[in-house]
Design a protein around this ligand. Sequence first.
Ligand code: DGJ
Length: 733
Amino acid sequence: VKSEGFLMIVLDNEKRIFTLQTRNTTYQMKADRHNILLHTYYGPRLLGGDLSCLIQYADRGFSPNPNEVGDERDYSLDTLPQEYSSCGVGDFRIPSVEFSPEDGSRLADLRYEGFALYRGKYRLEGLPAFWGGDEWETLVIRMKDDAAKMSVELYYGVLEDRDLITRAVRVVNQGTGPVRLLRCASLCLDFQQDSMDFITFDGCHTMERCPNRTPLRPGIQSVNSLRGTSSHHHNPFVILCGHEANEDYGLCYGAMLVYSGNFQAAAERTQLENNRLVLGVDPYNFCFTLAPGESFTAPEAALVCSPNGFGQMSRQFHRAMRENLIRDPYHGKRRPVLMNNWEATYFDFTADKLVEIAKGGAGLGIELFVMDDGWFGTRDTDMTGLGDWDVNEKKLPGGLEALAPRIKALGMDFGLWIEPEMVSENSRLYQEHPDWALGVPGRPQARGRSQLVLDFSRKEVRDSIYEAIRKILDSANIAYLKWDMNRSLSDVWSAALPSGRQGEVYHRYVLGVYDFLERLRRDYPDLLIEGCSGGGGRFDAGMLYYTPQIWCSDNTDAIDRLRIQYGTSFCYPVSSMGAHISVSPNEQNGRVTSLETRGVAAMSGTFGYEMDLGRCTPEERETVKKQTAFFKAHYDLIQKGDYYRLSDPFKDPCTAWEQVSEDRREALVSIVCGPTQAAVPFRRLRLKGLDPALCYAVNGEGAYPGDVLMYAGWPLPIPRGDYQSLQLYLTAL
Ligand code: DGJ
């Protein structure tokens, strides 16, 4: 009856109940007498037992009954909470999986078959996934559709301290003929409970991941991406929560997909006012033909349930991602403060000009200089040159071999921008291999930023680009790569696959990107890779597995960034968000902000500069010096501290957030005010996460009890001027 030696997974073999216990939550499913795997509970931690007593049965009109239950009319797949929903056999809510064998049917009827249990974390071949050792336990449940001869394995990874439950799905064709797999979600979550709110993170290029919260209305509501990447427009992270839930209170469920391609997050409020969430690869143009014995693995999804509001949920995701997802070559060390020439020069630079700019940062605490787009082939504008990865010797005489040491002599490492997935039509590469771009013969492709997308589903394409990039990386001492990707996929068709298998291209493309990144990691283990897709167009947990930081947005305006970084923080840790100080007035929106305020905003990210520091006044240079010194001195607190959102930049006059050390003896509060006004009301900011019994010095002065700071608050100074900012550094006395 007991699962000997397992701490987080509790089995009741006789009753076929599987209970996953984390520090604060309980998740349970049960294989019932008809071998249907029912989802019995997910929520605040309970002692356990058989929670199927919570499930209600009722006969509902037009909700059919499985053949074998006879006249048991209150037993319907349409009304019962399913662990992984079937398709076309009586559950009319969102399906999880859909098979089409040779008879052309499109159904899936899954029945429980058995389970396996092991210590440690399962792995997914070719896909990013949370990792770790014995702090994990794994449960595998085997289900089968007898008629289609398809088996479905549901994987569960449990990470107790982080309240994290990961899920993945593997489908195997056990029959004798081919079966088409038409959808395969990573996660299905049913709630037989009241209506909930659905929170999604939406936006566009330069304004990513803005939270949107709506009560679930009857029917299906969803966000997705059909752009081939996870996209600027919606993020593969969503929340379901009670109507009352807020930062510090109420029940909420965060669900993320560890994947960087097309996705769908669909929530449904049903006829019985129950709720279902399904998360996975979007079924549009998705069709994998599995020959007998072949399998398909759906990407991993991860869940955190917080009984205490969004803040706790975010902190659990942040820790889990930092410690068990992101593979950081700087593990245990500080990542470098960088400067990037993009907004300082765009395409207009030479080696001498870059060295001049780097000189401007020398002595100010900058540790890495990044040469952005424009250094290769004929790349003098964004209309040309992609695909030909050889140094433009007119701009950079002597190549990177000559430039990197000049940068090193200024005390900085050297980094480089690449965009390996793309090709310009006027490149040598395209002239030689026009079929290497995605596109249907006879149908001219749509261009995005004047470029086409290389067919990364093909190994020979990846190999050729890899070889070119490898040569570049071996030509000089390169410490960092910015991996950019500047358009959405269209005309998705691969010359390497037959017509019946074109539904595999979107997913194979993503697997190709992962394969390339994994090779880079293997061959250059010390290389820091920053992801980027026109800023935050591929900001997801899948990319973070390979690229420990991602350029959060092409919008470098400090005030817009407060919103973008706020939305991003619901799931992703500070250490993953590329954030830089750029010039004022800002290049994207013309807003004027002080260097101090720009520093406060950028410091809650991976921190760097995107401007020519040589143009700064002596006073500004002093400020920069102070900023880099402050960031380095408080690096662990800023990057690894527990993150608290203290206000909502979409509603509140001031934006404030806080990082608190694990022992609660240190905290950093950052505050940025909005536009000023006359007669500013008196305001207090209530801090969070401190020890109420400790006294804290604020910026080295005074002794303020933690309870006063948290429950009474800190009086905010009255701003004189727009967008003023301040930081409070708290140390326990
Ligand atoms: C888009 C990126 O987000 C920018 O930072 C910059 O690298 C440009 N691409 C270069 O083309």
